[in-house]
Design a protein around this ligand. Structure first.
Ligand code: SAM
Length: 251
C-alpha cells in the first residue's frame, strides 16, 4: 500500500488502536450492499466494456479535474482527509497532496484491490462508512463522489451523523452528489432503457440511485439538520452538470 500504514497511535485516526489498518488483512465487512458493489466493480472488467470505457473517460476528463479543483479550494493544505466510498479511487487521482494524508475507505474489497494497485492513496481501509473505525474528531476533511445518491433518507442521516462524529469541529465535508436531472442521465438513460427492453428485466449501470439531489435547498435542509453549516453549493460547467458540489463545515 502506498505510503505504508494508517497511523494507529494517538495521532492516528483509528478508534481501536489494536486494529490492523491494512485493509486487506481486515475481516471482510458483512453486508449485502458490499457484495452488490463487488459485483458492480467486477462486471466493469468484463461484460460492460463500453460502459467501462465511458466511465473511465468521464473520470479522467471530468471527475479528476473537478475533484482536484474543489479539494484544492476547500481543504486546508495539511491534515488527514478521508474519501468515504473511494471505490477504485480514480476520481481522486489528481488531488493535490501537499502535506495532506489521503485515506480511501470503502467496503468493497474488489474496488479496494484496484485502488491499491493504482497507488493513489496514502492508506486504504475496508470499512462501512455508516460505522467507521475512525476516532471521534480525528479527521480534517471528508469527501466523496457518486456515493450519497445510493442511500435512502434514513441512511443519509446516519451517514452524515457519522461523518460529523469523525470530523473535527470546523472540519470540511465535500460532497459531489448527482443532481436529479443531470447530464449523465441524459447519456446513460437511453441505453439503460434499451437494455431493459431487450432483456425484459430491470437494468441500471449503477446499483440503485435512490437519492439524487432534487434541489440545493434539499441539501441545505438535510445537512443543516445534521449539524453542518453549508458554505456553498455549486452546479455548473465544471462538474459537467452532473454533480452538485456541496462544501460544508462540521459545527
Ligand atoms: C459509485 S461508487 C463511487 C466510487 C468512487 N467515488 C468513484 O468516483 O468512482 C460508490 C462506492 O461507495 C461504496 N460504498 C457504498 N456504500 C458504502 C458503505 N456503507 N461503506 C463503505 N463504502 C460504501 C461502494 O462500494 C462503491 O465503491
Amino acid at each position: 500500500m502506498q505510503g505504508g500504514r494508517i497511523e494507529t497511535g494517538p495521532h492516528g485516526i483509528l478508534e481501536n488502536t489494536s486494529a490492523n489498518p491494512d485493509m486487506l488483512n481486515q475481516p471482510s465487512v458483512k453486508s449485502t450492499q458490499a457484495s452488490d458493489w463487488d459485483t458492480h466493480w467486477k462486471s466493469l472488467d468484463s461484460e460492460r466494456r463500453i460502459f467501462s470505457f465511458l466511465s473511465l473517460a468521464t473520470r479522467r476528463l471530468i471527475f479528476e479535474p473537478t475533484v482536484a479543483f474543489y479539494t484544492r479550494r476547500f481543504f486546508p493544505p495539511e491534515g488527514v482527509f478521508v474519501e468515504m466510498g473511494c471505490g477504485t479511487a480514480e476520481s481522486s487521482a489528481a488531488v493535490d497532496r501537499r502535506d495532506r494524508k489521503l485515506i480511501g475507505l470503502d467496503f468493497s474489497a474488489v474496488a479496494l484491490h484496484a485502488a491499491q494497485q493504482a497507488r493513489r492513496m496514502d492508506g486504504l481501509m475496508q470499512a462501512d462508512m455508516f460505522a467507521s473505525p475512525c476516532r471521534t474528531h480525528s479527521i480534517d476533511g471528508i469527501w466523496n463522489l457518486g456515493v450519497m445518491e445510493h442511500f435512502t433518507e434514513p441512511q443519509l442521516r446516519t451517514c452524515l451523523r457519522e461523518f460529523r462524529r469523525v470530523l473535527r469541529p470546523g472540519g470540511i465535508l465535500l460532497l459531489f452528489w448527482p443532481a436529479e436531472n443531470n447530464a449523465s442521465r441524459w447519456v446513460l438513460g437511453p441505453p439503460e432503457r434499451l437494455i431493459r427492453w431487450r432483456r425484459g428485466t430491470e437494468f441500471t449501470f449503477f446499483p440503485g440511485e435512490v437519492s439524487r439531489l432534487r434541489s440545493k435547498s434539499q441539501a441545505r435542509l438535510l445537512l443543516g439538520s445534521e449539524g453542518f453549516r453549508v458554505k456553498t453549493i455549486e452546479f455548473n460547467w465544471r462538474t459537467a452538470f452532473i454533480h452538485m458540489v456541496i462544501a460544508a463545515t462540521a459545527e
